[in-house]
Design a protein around this ligand. Sequence first.
Ligand code: PLP
Length: 432
Amino acid sequence: MTTTVGTTTDPTTPVAQGSALWPAQARASQVFGRQLVISRAEGSFIETEDGRRLFDGTAGLWHANIGHSRPELARAAYEQMMNLETYHTFARFTNDRAAELAEMLAEVSPIPDPKLILNSGGSDAIDVACKLARRHWQREGRESKQIILSREFAYHGLHAYGTSIAGLEFNREGYGTESLVPETARVSFNDPEQVRRAVAEIGAENIAAIVTEPVQGTGGVNPPTEGYLETIQELCRENDILLILDEVITGFGRLGTMFATERYGLQPDLVTFAKGVTSGYAPLGGIFVSRRIWEPFFADTDDAPIFRHGSTYAGHATAAAVAVEHLKILRDEKLVDRVRELEPTFVKDLEDLARNNPEVTEVRYAGLLGGVTLREGVAVEKVCDRMIDKGFISRPLRGNTLQVSPPFIVTEQELTDFLAAMSEAITEEAAA
Ligand code: PLP
């Protein structure tokens, strides 16, 4: 792709020109002319239009868990579309595949006896979870319970609610107010006592929910500090605050358990999911809703409340068919067990990297999710560029950290090679 420089409507300012597609989370002038155009992928590798083959060390945006280009999923989508591309799920209508997927998800649910709300991705799921938390307390007649608490460095997508509760400040800035949805506040990401104080200051009577990733992803791969999640859960119970667990990254096996609830012993009220439900083969997300929240809406009475939420593609039949087939692959090929089996090697490789490379200040990990933090002065963006030249993909995260989250099908050798290439790139960049 070539970059040409034109002018803006202000003739003195040049404008970067490239594709008509607006690049996400980037300054256009810094990516046009050097974009990697991915046009093929297979297993743990992707290929660019200009013929490069790269190891996908991040599984895309933490989504390609079972690996790329599985023909079974292409077939599932084709067969579904030949039969019924989709039909909506409003009012009396539903479709057989959405219903089938919901039953299947209920069987592996991190919450007992759940209802499922389906939609198109993680940001959607966060939007609906936060809305439902507020709707719950309004329906209960506790009108002041409106504030959603989230953690510093949190990432919950970039729809209006995800933007409003972002713990990465730059994602909240530039819209004229502190938070698009005003009723939000941030709490400490690692100090449970600060969270306790914040709840006391704000007043539990004003708080609808606390939302948290079990392991923060974009914030730098931060596993919970000792007792943090347990304290949050306790605080929620003691104070009638709903606990929303954002499992958009961790759901469906990334931590070696189907959900992080299992690994950390949590009983949340709402759980959001997306990426790993289809490994990205179809845009799908949703939330598990606990009985305490769904039951009043399902009362068999003429005046039962309605949760006024929905979208054309909520329960999209083709996305659901792909998810059903995908979950079968995850189960039949025991890929969640595989994450658990790989974890000790993964941990050892990361610890070796930290020990052997003086530029690495810390490594953090859980399951097949890792972060490698470099000393200030060695720019992770540049290290990622060097890694691409060597045929490996990582990604910069907050805090000068490199992302490590390969597909579950990665081999031990590929993992070792990936971290060796990372170490080499770090050393080269430090010396440059
Ligand atoms: N929540 C978490 C924890 C995420 O990491 C992400 C995306 O990376 C989202 C929500 C948003 O998901 P999506 O990009 O599918 O909207």
